[in-house]
Design a protein around this ligand. Structure first.
Ligand code: G6P
Ligand code: MG
Length: 217
């Protein structure tokens, strides 16, 4: 049976949160806002626009629309300067093993990310060829927890939502998968991702047997 396996990117395939942090931190500093790692945690899975809105509200700052647009571009330029140095060494442990196992078993694989830089990153780490479909921040109008991104992925893979399995590190992403009855697999901490159908610390904890059981059921 062919299932659709949908992967979030940031925090699932690669750890880009550290680069988002550096870029947001620099921007916050230029506005005299103190930005912490805990706050950065809360931006996981959150769109770029929404992230800047949150940082401004944490810092009690209001800015003009023009300034907002300018800062968004600045943040992304800075982020891209970090991304440009990425290579396959930054792929998170055992992601290639899982992708290969899925391919050997003729399963369908899609990306389902909020990032507008997803394609660039997949190219940098040389994983792009593994995906039958890529849906990212350029393809959607509604952010997670809206399930739009995953529904488009299912459509592109020609699979029913209930035959899809989603790997996610963010609460919003898990919620999005659950809303449309996809199997949600949380990657991260059990407390944070309590609503996921399954939670694993990382892919090293996911056995081949488990993946095969998902394919069969
Ligand atoms: C992912 C990350 C978020 C990021 C968002 C948009 O969901 O977890 O931290 O803000 O993508 O990324 P972008 O690359 O478009 O700024
Ligand atoms: Mg993520």
């Amino acid at each position: 049976q062919k299932k659709g396996f949908i992967f979030d990117l940031d925090g699932v395939i690669v750890d880009t949160a550290k680069y988002h942090f550096l870029a947001w931190k620099k921007l916050a500093k230029s506005l005299d806002i103190d930005f912490t790692e805990e706050e950065n945690e809360q931006l996981k899975g959150v769109s770029r626009v929404r992230s800047l809105e949150k940082i401004l509200s944490w810092g009690n700052k209001t800015i003009s629309e023009e300034k907002f647009t300018e800062l968004m571009a600045k943040k992304n330029d800075d982020y891209l300067s970090h991304i440009s140095k990425m290579d396959e060494n930054e792929i998170l442990p055992d992601v290639p093993r899982i992708l290969n196992l899925l391919k050997e078993n003729k399963q369908l694989i899609s990306l389902g990310s909020a990032s507008k830089n997803a394609r660039t990153i997949l190219e940098r780490v040389h994983l792009k060829e593994n995906f039958n479909a890529i849906v990212d921040g350029n393809d959607v109008s509604k952010a997670k927890p809206d399930p739009e991104v995953f529904l488009i992925a299912a459509e592109l893979l020609h699979t029913k939502p209930e035959d899809c399995i989603v790997f996610e590190d963010s609460v919003a992403g898990v919620e999005a998968a659950n809303i449309v009855n996809m199997i949600s697999i949380g990657i991260g901490s059990e407390e944070v991702l309590a609503h996921a159908d399954y939670v694993f610390k990382d892919f090293t904890e996911i056995s081949d047997t488990f993946i095969k059981s998902l394919i069969k059921n």
